[in-house]
Write a protein that binds this ligand. Sequence first.
Ligand code: INI
Length: 155
Amino acid sequence: MYNEINGNLNGEGKRFAVVVGRFNSLISERLLEGALDCFVRHGGKEENLTVVRVPGSFEIPFAAQKLAQSGKYDGVVCLGAVIRGSTPHFDYVAAEAAKGVAHAAFNSGLPVIFGVLTTDSIEQAIERAGTKAGNKGWDAMLSAIEMADIYKQLG
Ligand code: INI
């Protein structure tokens, strides 16, 4: 019989930092609300959360890496909204945010979770920020809680 490791979904006693991009804040603030709600509903305490706001998604990885390496947290949740619109800026910002968050996770040895929406339209972003497709900020926090426990077990 194989051994199996699964993360529990208990936020009690866990400390997380949440990095939020202010660009498209109509969306990113809803993602933050979802993340807070998820944390508290899983036994976490608001005083164990630190929220850091940065200008946009491009800057998220820079703050995320510093927070992850500070030794103060069990994980970092990254929240932002990159919306394609009609500018090629989208591709650069979205790609760097995704790559940067992955780098922050590898460099720090902590779970750094990618809760940055990358959508073609504002409508798609709204759907994922607390309407018909749920709240991806909520999902990102749940992943952070689960991964923090998995990291603890993996040692
Ligand atoms: N930042 C976002 O978070 N979402 C976007 O959709 C976006 N667009 O499309 O431009 C965006 N740009 C700003 C970027 O993240 C940086 O803050 C800026 O380029 C300064 O470095």
